[in-house]
Design a protein around this ligand. Structure first.
Ligand SMILES: [Zn+2]
Length: 437
């Protein structure tokens, strides 16, 4: 076995990152939750108020845990100790450099210890991962593949099964102080909540992937035979279907190769055309009774300016690019969209139909927000109206669902308050209807 020099052990690598590429970091609180939508019962990702999620910082503080492991060093078989050490390193994201040093110390102090000198050996880190990385426009892409994920998940498969996949694509910032970001392609299996979401591939760059074809081609090229022939494990067949893609609004437009959701031709489901309002400085959609878009017409590219580029997901067999990409994104459309714009519009008078709030009213609104006592199950406190620009989606959701209807009554004029009530009532009646489906 070759000893690894300190230079080999990149200080940025942590044990968990390399050991378990199939897992999703715990701090990524992107969660699957079922929500019924139109004719497809779909699933949406709930987010904590931001479209992005932070990775957890490495932790190295559990001295008691480590002490317990060391105390038992002489009392347990070496294999057990080695497993415990590996588990500890993964649990606390121990850096390879630190783990390598610990291995050296243990080997120096305990003559009969039989531990590897290289932390990667202890952790069983995958080899040749570099060969799965390729440079694409905007950064690098690592493809693990759905086949690998399924072989790992169903290693004990003993009968034929059929699975339906929900696919998610979104951006994840890596650090607060840099623009480096991941764009993972994730999949979970509908109806198998015990199976953790699987990481099919990850893009890493300073921006989002610049070319949708380069980014999605490895995924699509692998999926085509899997969808046609399924995956065989232990002689048993897994029949695979893609149930839907679940993404936020910007990612949906990118994935489909169409204009963004706030564009004049941005509606993904119908052919309505928006108009730019110079009063509210938004695109509005005055006509809601328009023909629905269809998969056949989309493939014939008859939607004019709706199309931007050809997306490789059109090659997926049996895939309906209209119905199989569900639209449920209250975060961007409703909370960070309409609710935030209303608050800014009321404050600044920029909506075009009302004067801006005076200083006294803004103070009153901020005081009401900051002094409000919220139920225990709501963990985030409200901030004043001067922090609108920094508001998280979850704060705006609380404002729309609970707080606004109470505190705006004495601040907004009657006509504007009634306008807000329409939004409040419509949102709640929509949610009720969804639950009934
Ligand atoms: Zn529409």
């Amino acid at each position: 076995m070759l000893a690894a020099s300190e230079e080999d052990l990149s200080s940025s690598e942590t044990a968990a990152e390399l050991e378990n590429p199939c897992s999703i970091p715990e701090a990524n609180d992107c969660q699957f939750s079922s929500t019924n939508l139109d004719e497809k019962s779909s699933t949406s990702f709930e987010e904590d108020g931001s479209s992005f999620h932070s990775w957890s910082e490495p932790q190295f503080h559990d001295d008691e845990h480590l002490s317990a492991i060391l105390e038992n060093l002489n009392n347990k078989p070496m294999e057990k100790f080695s497993d415990n050490l590996k588990e500890w390193a993964l649990q606390y994201n121990i850096r390879h450099k630190a783990l390598g040093k610990l291995l050296l110390l243990l080997r120096d102090h305990y003559d009969d210890v039989n531990l590897p000198i290289d932390p990667r050996t202890l952790l069983g880190s995958p080899k040749n991962t570099g060969s799965r990385c390729s440079s694409i426009s905007g950064g690098k892409y690592w493809h693990q593949g759905l086949g690998n994920c399924l072989r790992c998940t169903f290693k004990d498969l003993s009968s034929d099964i059929s699975i339906q996949l929900n696919i998610n694509i979104d951006g994840v910032p890596l650090h607060k102080s840099s623009r480096a970001q991941f764009w993972p392609i994730l999949a979970n299996i509908h109806g198998m909540e015990h199976v953790k979401p699987m990481v099919i591939g990850i893009f890493c760059g300073q921006t989002k992937p610049l070319d949708v074809t380069e980014y999605l081609s490895p995924f699509v090229n692998e999926m085509i035979p899997l969808l046609q022939n399924g995956q065989t494990i232990n002689g048993c067949k897994i029949k695979i279907n893609i149930r839907c893609f679940i993404c936020d609004s910007p990612a949906r437009a990118f994935l489909k190769g169409v204009v963004n959701f706030n564009g004049i031709h941005g509606c993904l489901k119908c052919t309505t055309e928006g108009e730019y309002s110079y009063i509210s400085r938004t695109v509005v959609f005055p006509n809601i009774h328009c023909a629905l878009r269809t998969d056949t017409e989309f493939r014939r590219k008859i939607y004019g300016k709706h199309h931007k580029e050809d997306s490789p997901i059109l090659k997926l067999p049996g895939f309906d690019i209209i119905k199989d990409i569900v639209i449920a994104d209250p975060l961007h459309l409703l909370e960070l969209g309409v609710m935030k714009r209303c608050l800014i519009g009321w404050r600044d008078g920029s909506l075009g139909f009302t004067a801006k709030l005076c200083g006294r009213e803004i103070e009153k609104l901020s005081a009401a927000l900051t002094s409000m006592k919220l139920p225990l199950e709501i963990h985030r406190s409200m901030r004043g109206i001067d922090c609108i620009a920094f508001r998280k989606g979850v704060e705006l959701r609380i404002f729309l669902n609970y707080v606004g209807v109470v505190i705006l009554k004495d601040i907004l004029d009657e006509r504007v308050y009634f306008h807000f009530l329409l939004l409040f009532a419509e949102k709640n009646s929509f949610q009720l209807n969804q639950k009934k489906i």
